[in-house]
Design a protein around this ligand. Structure first.
Ligand code: KIV
Ligand code: NA
Length: 276
């Protein structure tokens, strides 16, 4: 059985933690077979696979629907599910009820929440006490994009860097099992990583983090138009898929598909009778 102590022991041994998002059964299965340490059903699913304009539109039902599909493909990979926009801000009781629902219905190993307001810290404490491990998420927190003023690097100046550092100490103190650091300078990520005992998992946060996470479709450059600077695509899915689909269309139009190789045949004794 996988628990957060497994992640902690990886940090303690200096073994890098690998994480990818997954939104459905095949992506989970392929990532699991490739040997990924952790899968995240990120609320980025809203933009990446549902075509929403931002993560703000993602619902609890979306997260559960996709979380269940990922869980079925994930084998025994450590599974994290995002709590979506406003599902943990109305009241502590409402947040705990939503957490309970997502955790139970997706069978996740942990849930992830963004930010470190007093309310969120209290929630991290209460969820952890109730037996739901929490992954925190600081730096660029996309659910607050309308307040942050866009998708940009956070913590470049002393004041905001200091604030993110303090938030990192606070989420650890509140019981967070790990911390995702998104889009912050690598120097800041290193200072935070060294100062915490829980693992940090970076995305656009440099080499010093205890682990790395990227969006599945970004790694494959599949169905995404623009990639942020911090993404390294390991294949060109857009190109490869487009070439294949065009070839399929062309072969059907020109009657080259299906050939005999992809067709069934009848018992030829009957054929003359049938044709009559
Ligand atoms: O939703 C997501 O994909 C995430 C990762 C970028 C960390 O939260
Ligand atoms: Na997210």
């Amino acid at each position: 059985m996988l628990t957060v102590s497994h992640l902690q022991s990886m940090k303690d041994k200096g073994e890098k933690i690998t994480m990818l998002t997954a939104y459905d059964y095949p992506s989970a299965k392929l990532a699991e077979q490739a040997g990924i340490d952790m899968l995240l059903v990120g609320d980025s699913l809203g933009m990446v696979v549902l075509g929403y304009a931002s993560t703000v539109q993602v619902t609890i039902e979306d997260m559960i629907h996709h979380g269940k599909a990922v869980a079925r493909g994930a084998g025994d990979t450590f599974l994290v599910v995002d709590m979506p926009f406003m599902s943990y801000h109305v009241s502590l009781e409402n947040s705990l009820n939503n957490a309970k629902r997502i955790f139970q219905e997706t069978n996740a190993h942990a849930l992830k929440v963004e930010g470190a307001t007093a309310e969120t810290l209290r929630l991290i404490e209460r969820m952890t006490a109730a037996g739901i491990p929490v992954i925190a998420h600081l730096g660029l927190t996309p659910q607050s994009v309308n307040v942050l003023g866009g998708f940009r690097v956070q913590g470049k100046d002393r004041l905001t860097a200091q604030r993110i550092w303090e938030e990192a100490q606070a989420v650890e103190k509140s019981g967070a099992a790990a911390l995702v650091l998104e889009c912050i300078p690598k120097e800041l990520a290193e200072i935070i990583t060294d100062s915490l005992s829980i693992p940090t998992i970076g995305i656009g946060a440099g080499q010093a983090c205890d682990g790395q996470v990227l969006v599945y479709h970004d790694v494959l450059r599949y169905g995404v138009d623009r990639l942020p600077k911090f993404v390294k695509p390991y294949m060109d899915g857009n190109e490869d898929v487009t070439v294949s689909l065009k070839q399929y269309i062309e072969e059907v139009k020109s009657s080259r598909f299906p050939s005999d190789e992809h067709s069934f045949t009848m018992n030829h004794d009957f054929l003359p009778v049938m044709k009559r």
